[in-house]
Design a binder for this molecule. Sequence first.
Ligand SMILES: *[C@@H]1O[C@H](CO)[C@@H](O)[C@H](O)[C@H]1NC(C)=O
Ligand SMILES: *[C@@H]1O[C@H](CO)[C@@H](O)[C@H](O)[C@H]1NC(C)=O
Ligand SMILES: *[C@@H]1O[C@H](CO)[C@@H](O)[C@H](O)[C@H]1NC(C)=O
Length: 474
Amino acid sequence: MAYLPVLFLPICFLFLGAGPGFTAAITLEELHLLMNQNYKILEEKVAKLELALHVANQSAGKNSIFRTCRETRVADPSLSSGMYWIDPDGQGIGDDPIYVFCNMATGSTAVPHDSESPTDVGHCSEPGCYSRAVNYVASNRQMQALAELSAQCYQSIKYDCYYAPLELNGISYAWWNDKNGVPQYYWAGSSNSVHTCQCGIDGNCVDASVKCNCDVAAPVQLFDDGFVTNKDVLPITRLNFGRTQLETSSGFHTLGPFECSGQVVVDGMPSSCEELWKTGHTLSGLYSVMGVSMVESVYCDFSKLPYESGFQKWIGFVDVKSSPVYFHVRNSANGFNQLFTPIPFGTEKLNVGGGMNITTGIFTAPRMGKYFFAGSGLGDFQSNLTYSSRLYVDVQLCKNGERIGVGVSDELSSSVWQTETFTVQVTVPLQVGDQIWLEISKITQGVSLYGNGFLQFTGFLLEEVISDSLKVRN
Ligand SMILES: *[C@@H]1O[C@H](CO)[C@@H](O)[C@H](O)[C@H]1NC(C)=O
Ligand SMILES: *[C@@H]1O[C@H](CO)[C@@H](O)[C@H](O)[C@H]1NC(C)=O
Ligand SMILES: *[C@@H]1O[C@H](CO)[C@@H](O)[C@H](O)[C@H]1NC(C)=O
C-alpha cells in the first residue's frame, strides 16, 4: 500500500493543473482516501477469491474441509501437522472456512491472531493505559462452534516484566477481556473470580505474599506464564497493562493462539440436535432422539449453532415399541362361577408378545408402559333362581390382586331364563411383570358367567416407556 501516494502524485498534479473549474473538485487527500477505499474493496475481493480457490483445492484433493483439526485427522490419519482449512460451523453453511494450524499428533486446532509475537507495552502509568485488541483469523461464530465441538480450549499467555506489576496494593493494573468483553484478572487456570498466575496456583511465586511473580514489582527481570483454560470465556479479545511509567520498567506480552482439542463426550444415545451435531451430524433434517421415556422426533437446523434460536424444533413423540404386545381371548366353557379366581379362557384369538396365559387367565406385562384392557361378557340367570329378588355377578379387573376396574351384570329374578352384559375397561401404567386378570368379586347363588365365546378379554400396550426397555435389554 505504500506505493499508492507515489503512484497517484502525477495524477493529482494533472487535476490541480486542469483549471479553476477543477481545483475545488477533489483534493489530494480526498483522492487518496477514495483510492484507499477502492483498494480495501479489491483486497477483500481478492481474499474471497483466494479462499474459494484454497477451499476448492483442499476439497478436490483427498481431504475435504472438516469442522475441526480432530475431525480432519480422523478422516486421514496420515496427514502431518500444518495449516489447514476447517469450517467449524459446517461446510457450505454459516461463515467462511478458516485457516488454522492443525497439530496432527494431538488433533488440536490453533486459531492464529495478530498478537502472538512478544509485544512491548511501552511506558504508561494508569491501569490499562496500554490496551491492545486481539484480532483472530476466524469469526466469533466459528470460534464458538469450535469451542462447542471440543472437549477443552485454552490459550497460553506470558508477561515478561521488569518492575511492572499486574496488581499492586490492591489496584489491578492489568487484565484481559474475554469473548464477551468482560475484564478478567487471572492469568492461568479457569477461576474467573480471583487475580492469580500459575505460580499463585502452584504456590511457588518468587515472593510468597503475591499471586504473580510480576506483582513483587521489583527491579528484577521476571515473568508469569500459564494457560487460561476456561473454555466458556475464551478467546482473549483484548490485553490491557499499566504501571510501566518508569524508564527502567518494561513489560512484554506474548499471547498464544486460541487452541481447542478433544471431542465433547456424548454418553449413550443422542438426546438432542446439539448432541447429534457434536457427534458429527451436519445435514439439517428430521431426526429421532432419545427422550426422557420415549423416542422423540426433532427437526435440526444445522445451519444454526446450538445456542441460536431455531437450531432445534420439537416435532413429537415417536410411537416405537420394542415388542408389539396385544391379545384377544375368549372363553368356551359355560358356567364359570368361582369367586376371586382368575377367569381362564379357552380360545386364544391373538396373543402377540406372549403376555397372556389362557390357562391361568393371567396377563403378565412384558414391557413397561401404559396398557389398555377391556373385558365383557354375560351374566347367566336361570329361570329357577328364587333365592333373592336381585341376581347379579360383579366382575373386577385386578392388577397384582388389587381391583382397578369393575363391571356389573344384574337382573331381577324371573321365571324365564335371562342374560345381561357386563363390561369393564381400564387404561393403566404397568411395570414389567405386573399381572392383570379378570375375576368374579360378587355373585348370587346359582348365577354364573355365560360361555360359548361370549366372555371376551382384550388388551394392548398403548405407549411403551422405551427408555426402560432399553435398560432391561442392554
Ligand atoms: C492447490 O494444490 C496444489 C497441489 O497441492 C498446490 O501446488 C497449489 O499451491 C494449491 N493452490 C492453492 C490456491 O492453494
Ligand atoms: C401358563 O401357565 C401355566 C401354569 O403356570 C404353565 O404351566 C404354562 O406353561 C403357561 N403357559 C405358557 C404358554 O406360558
Ligand atoms: C335350575 O335349572 C338348571 C337347568 O335346568 C339345573 O341344572 C339346576 O340344577 C337348577 N338349579 C336349581 C337351584 O334348582
